[in-house]
Ligand binder design. Structure first.
Ligand code: KG4
Ligand code: ZN
Length: 357
């Protein structure tokens, strides 16, 4: 039997330093051999957000240790690796450069192919690490810097159906958390606090809910939270506001996904109805529940990555690397870091659609 390709993936676009090894198995599926993620949360906590220079320095300090750990855990040697895939964008340029140059250096020394990966494509394909999915599928990508609906037609082939016109969903979670006095990164904590609150307590706006097709907007919601949070007196008020915010985001995503379903069906007909939700916010259990409910109502198949693969990781980067490797799509070592890199390069350039600002 021929040797199955092994890909080393590297991710350093923001505040996670990550290295993973994956190998294709006999069924043609990617198998994760190791997946190490080192978070910098403790470094950035006191600043209430990611400080690019500190993040870059932490990547430099950690990346070779993380790579060694990933290799050790996989039980493989560098000589077993067939190609190196590294995130080249979008993200913070000082951070991207660390993983990208590290990957290029390994590729050059091993004389193995180098593959530059779009971080968003990593999220887009991440559910393929545990589910079989056929193209085309509808993708809702909801992360800290991006919120968009895309028709995924194949590797590297994306058609944007809608995007946020201001903040990303994860950004709304993080900003709400900050206003409620929750330490960075507060998104996941909102979900926990929301469980103790009354979601009907505060009536919050759902910007552009009845216009703009499946475009999204969260900035007005954030402004409303700022106003209401000033009146918060008790712990219970805080839980109620977290619950009302969580519920509002659920309702926005439910309604906008329903519109995106119609757009997707217009393009692809009624036979291909798969809805993939990926990115950090896809870890939110209530959002998973409401979108699963919508899929049942609309006869779509709902697919989510496992919770541990929703946030930034290198297994998803290695997976894109594997798919590109199989199509011999290799990149030159001069491939630049791209802070802005949209999946649908023909779509109008907008924040939240391939831009982290
Ligand atoms: O995909 P990701 O790890 O990084 C980016 O590419 O941006 O997403 C991070 C975002 C953060 O805004 C974080 O607060 C949010 O995902 N997030 C969540 C949850 N877990 C992470 N938001 C809501 N509920 C969660 N459980
Ligand atoms: Zn991400």
């Amino acid at each position: 039997m021929s040797k199955k390709p092994v890909i080393l993936g590297i991710e350093s676009s923001c505040d996670e330093t990550a290295v993973a090894l994956i190998r294709e198995n006999n069924e043609g599926k990617a198998e994760i051999l190791s997946n190490i993620v080192s978070s910098q949360v403790d470094i950035h906590k006191e600043f209430g957000g990611v400080v690019p220079e500190l993040a870059a320095r932490a990547h430099i300090e950690k990346i070779d240790l993380i790579a060694k750990k990933a290799l050790d855990e996989s039980g493989l040697h560098l000589s077993d690796v067939d190609a190196i895939a590294a995130t080249a964008g979008p993200g913070l340029i000082v951070c991207l450069s660390v993983g990208l140059n590290f990957g290029k250096a390994i590729a050059a020394s091993l004389k193995k192919p180098f593959i530059a990966v779009n971080h968003l494509e990593g999220h887009a394909l991440s559910p393929k690490l545990n589910s079989k999915i056929n193209y085309p599928y509808l993708l809702l990508l909801i992360s800290g810097g991006h919120s968009q609906f895309l028709c995924v037609e194949g590797l590297g082939k994306y058609k944007r159906l809608g995007t946020t016109i201001d903040d990303a969903a994860g950004e709304a979670f993080d900003k709400t958390a900050k206003l409620l006095g929750i330490e960075f990164p507060g998104g996941p904590q909102i979900e926990v606090l929301a469980e103790k609150g009354d979601p009907t307590k505060f009536d919050l706006p759902k910007p552009i809910i009845n216009k703009g097709g499946c475009n999204l907007s969260f900035a007005g919601l954030k402004t409303a939270i700022l106003r209401v949070s000033k009146k918060i007196k008790t712990k219970q008020n805080k839980y109620d506001l977290a619950a009302s915010f969580q519920k509002t985001v659920e309702e926005i995503l439910y309604k906008k996904s329903k519109i995106a379903f119609e757009k997707f069906k217009k393009i692809n007909g009624n036979n291909r109805k798969t809805f993939v939700v990926a990115g950090g916010v896809a870890a939110n259990k209530k959002i998973r529940e409401i979108l699963t409910k919508l899929c049942k109502e609309e006869n779509f198949e709902a697919i989510f990555p496992p919770i541990n693969l929703c946030g930034d990781n290198a297994a998803m980067i290695a997976l894109v690397g594997l798919e590109k490797f199989k199509q011999s799509q290799f990149d030159d070592l001069s491939f630049p870091a791209k802070p802005r890199w949209q999946l649908d390069e023909n779509a109008a350039f907008l924040k939240g659609a391939g831009v982290k600002i």
